[in-house]
Design a protein around this ligand. Sequence first.
Ligand code: FES
Length: 162
Amino acid sequence: MTPDSPSDAREPDPAALQAARDAVDALPRRKEQLLPALLAAQHAIGWLPRAAVEHVHRHTRVPVSEVYATATAYSELRLEPPVPGQWHVCTGVACDLAGAPALLAAAPDRTARVDCQFLCALAPVVVDEHERLHGRMTPDDLRARMEAPAASKPARRSRAKR
Ligand code: FES
């Protein structure tokens, strides 16, 4: 494998992986800690590579199949590295009816679909590249926010409304 091969992009930074292990190890070794452990690992790395999932499995003693089942059940958890600059448009029922297709069409190169973000009252909802939620979006709002300088600043996941 060469440093430029595509599979290298899926390997987590060793320091981030160690930070994820430390964060998971700080939690009690109980199966009830599965979701907090997955969230802690993802917060440290930005997504959940196989090594992080397996560490969560070992720490919580939850079968690895169940860890993957949980990781795939929550739209907040990612088994793939995030695409820089990509925003996600919720295509749950409420958002779909409130204009999600128009949002996807407004920036087709920078948007992808995501399942319900549980902020249906503010539909249509988008998740920015830093995992901040934005509600009641219009195509013009979306394009403006994508180009705004604040769009490039990292921030923790938060629920922001217009
Ligand atoms: S359908 Fe979009 S937040 Fe629920």
